[in-house]
Design a protein around this ligand. Structure first.
Ligand SMILES: O=C1O[C@H](COP(=O)(O)O)[C@@H](O)[C@H](O)[C@H]1O
Length: 261
């Protein structure tokens, strides 16, 4: 069942990143208090990395028990380990290297020079198997019920590496697939599919900057998920769009909240 998107609009991208980081800290701490652990799916891109940098700078980050946090990725650029364009490399730089995570709980997607070599389908299948192994009987299928799954929204409405009209966004069975011919470099990627994304309790879509305004307006105005993948990303309990004023500037009046914070 889809949850209707809720919108929060902040003054600018810096404030959006700080507020989203504060929100994430609270969500992780709450999950760890009630279940003893938490799981979060990270996104790449400017907004996702901005959030991680804000989290690194937030004194309240110490409220998180980093050793009881599972980190997963929504997508990865299929490049060699340590490549500066890999989402995990950027996340390590922005935050992960500065906090005491349990390395066994950091579930990076395979690199193109890893055990599967350049076989992106094998890499995707391996990540799907890792997710399946982490899912428990209380989960709703072969993917854990992530507490929060974050997605940066691309200017073309892509989320994770689900680009408009490409086969990956049409996938209804597999939880992770290889992507060929992505319009944004690099062309070869690994991505969670929409069914895997929808296993999350909460899905947060991040959109800051003028170049995201059209995408946000299209995705939030009833577009189909094949043409606008962001429109198909929702969580089981909550779907939250975190925007800055520039990204919200083309939203229809009926959607735009009365006040910005
Ligand atoms: O390539 C990617 O792009 C999107 C959006 O990135 P942005 O820089 O336009 O915010 C990102 O969500 C995805 O994880 C990444 O691989």
């Amino acid at each position: 069942m889809s949850t209707a998107p809720q919108l929060v609009v902040h003054r600018d991208k810096e404030l959006m990143a700080q507020a989203a980081a504060a929100r994430l800290i609270t969500r992780i701490v709450d999950a760890q208090s009630s279940r003893g652990e938490a799981s979060v799916v990270l996104t790449g891109g400017r907004n996702g990395n901005g959030l991680l940098a804000a989290l690194a700078a937030a004194p309240a980050r110490d409220a998180i028990d980093w050793s009881r946090l599972d980190l997963w990725w929504g997508d990865e650029r299929f490049l060699p380990e340590g490549d500066p364009d890999r989402n995990v490399t950027q996340a390590r730089e922005a935050l992960l290297d500065a906090v005491p995570l349990d390395p066994r709980r950091v579930h990076a997607m395979p690199a193109s020079d890893g055990p599967h070599g350049s076989d992106v389908e094998a890499a995707a299948a391996a990540y799907a198997a890792e997710l399946d192994a982490a899912a428990g009987p209380e989960d709703h299928g072969p993917v854990p019920s992530f507490d929060v799954l974050m997605l940066g929204v691309g200017p073309d409405t892509h989320v994770a590496s689900l680009f408009p009209e490409l086969p990956a966004v049409r996938e209804t069975e597999r939880t992770v697939v290889g992507v060929h011919g992505a319009p944004k470099p690099p062309p070869t990627r690994v991505t969670l599919t929409l069914p895997a994304i929808r296993a999350a309790r909460e899905v947060w879509l991040l959109a800051a900057g003028e170049d995201k305004a059209e995408a946000a307006a299209i995705a939030l105005s009833g577009a189909g998920e094949i043409q606008a993948p962001a429109a198909g990303a929702y969580g089981r309990s909550r779907t939250l769009w975190l925007l800055d004023a520039a990204a919200a500037s083309q939203l229809p009046r009926s959607l735009y909240p009365p006040a910005t914070a």
